[in-house]
Design a protein around this ligand. Structure first.
Ligand code: SF4
Length: 335
């Protein structure tokens, strides 16, 4: 960005998330297209404004077989948690059948949509858009294996035993604020399941919050970072007090549960370890602020094509793996 285009503040509020940081660190250009370029580029048929921005908006909302089984499995998990805390039984075969049907219907509907008809509520299927054969059976297998693993997950049994009052969050957005050099940064996260219990050890009672993240894909290094950020949120939750009014010690347990391989990665991060991820997010916010001109789209938009934009939002090299999974690969001449 040319130095005369850098605004010195006051800075607008920043919305931050692990997913956003992860995406930007993979490809800054993808982050710009998804987060800033599409903002306000609503799809409005004949009166559609900048066609490239409208296309980016449609592609942002597009879905892919690659990620869709995970979406459906998370919906199934939410049903299971709701039933567990309400004392209701869920039939495993019926839940699998519901999830399979949901997946097939979503994919079929999306595959029938053309770009012209797609919108955020009615996404198109990327595999159809790019003319790639898609493998519904592989998605169904992921769903079946993952739901079977959910039924074997002892965290569901624990919330069933603890009851509704134990839930801190379940698939609903949570946030906390951080300071970014005088600007407010809101950190957003969606824990799959966070539940609490008062337990006791030799020292006395302590307040434990367990955060469970169900994964349908492969293990990635960034998952541990994501869970440490969630732990930072858990350490910010209201404290519990003992019978004599003292604040109980907080213990946070983070669990990454890989459903397709029945692998569980459990950790008990300290508050200091969790805060390191907040620091990393703050550093990301600084890098972001160096690239975005004060959230003003009319000033940001020309940056993408100009020299400053190419520098701030560079393309990945031709043939990069991330481009193969990117919604914007045609827009970006990478597929
Ligand atoms: S196609 Fe590749 S270079 Fe272009 S935005 Fe996507 S990941 Fe980045």
């Amino acid at each position: 960005m040319a130095s005369d285009e850098v605004m010195q503040g006051p800075w607008p509020p920043l919305n931050l998330s692990h997913g956003g940081k992860d995406a930007a660190e993979t490809c800054w250009r993808q982050y710009f297209l998804k987060t800033y370029w599409t903002w306000g580029a609503w799809y409005n048929g004949r009166n559609s404004g900048n066609p490239a921005r409208v296309r980016a908006y449609v592609l942002k909302a597009a879905m892919s077989i690659h990620s869709e089984p995970g979406q459906v499995v998370h919906k199934a998990a939410a049903r299971l948690v709701n039933a567990a805390v309400s004392g209701r039984q869920v039939n495993q075969d019926k839940l699998v059948a519901w999830a399979e049907k949901e997946f097939v219907q979503r994919v079929e509907k999306a595959a029938k949509r053309t770009e012209a008809k797609a919108s955020k509520k009615a996404p198109l299927l990327l595999e159809s858009y790019y003319g790639v054969d898609y493998d519904t059976e592989a998605g169904l297998e992921t769903i079946r294996n993952s739901i079977n693993a959910l039924f074997a997950d002892d965290h569901i049994d624990r919330v069933e035993a603890l009851g509704r009052g134990c839930i801190v969050a379940a698939e609903d957005p949570q946030s906390f604020e951080i300071d970014v050099d005088g600007a407010v940064g809101t950190v957003w996260l969606v824990p799959d399941l966070a539940y609490q219990a008062v337990l006791s050890d030799a020292v006395g009672p302590y307040h434990e919050i367990t955060i469970v993240d169900w994964k349908t894909g492969k293990e990635r290094d960034s998952h541990a970072k994501q869970l440490r950020l969630y732990a930072a949120w858990a350490f910010r939750q209201p404290p519990k007090t003992t019978a004599i009014g003292t604040t109980m010690q907080r213990r946070v347990v983070s669990v990454a549960s890989y459903l397709s391989t029945y692998t569980v990665r459990e950790a008990t991060p300290t508050q200091q370890e969790a805060e390191k991820e907040v620091i990393a997010l703050r550093n990301f916010a600084r890098k972001l602020r160096d690239r975005v001109v004060d959230g003003d789209l009319s000033r940001n938009e020309p940056l993408l094509g100009g020299e400053a934009g190419k520098k701030a939002w560079p393309q990945l090299p031709e043939g990069s793996r991330a481009c193969g999974f990117c919604n914007y690969r045609r827009l970006c001449n990478r597929g």
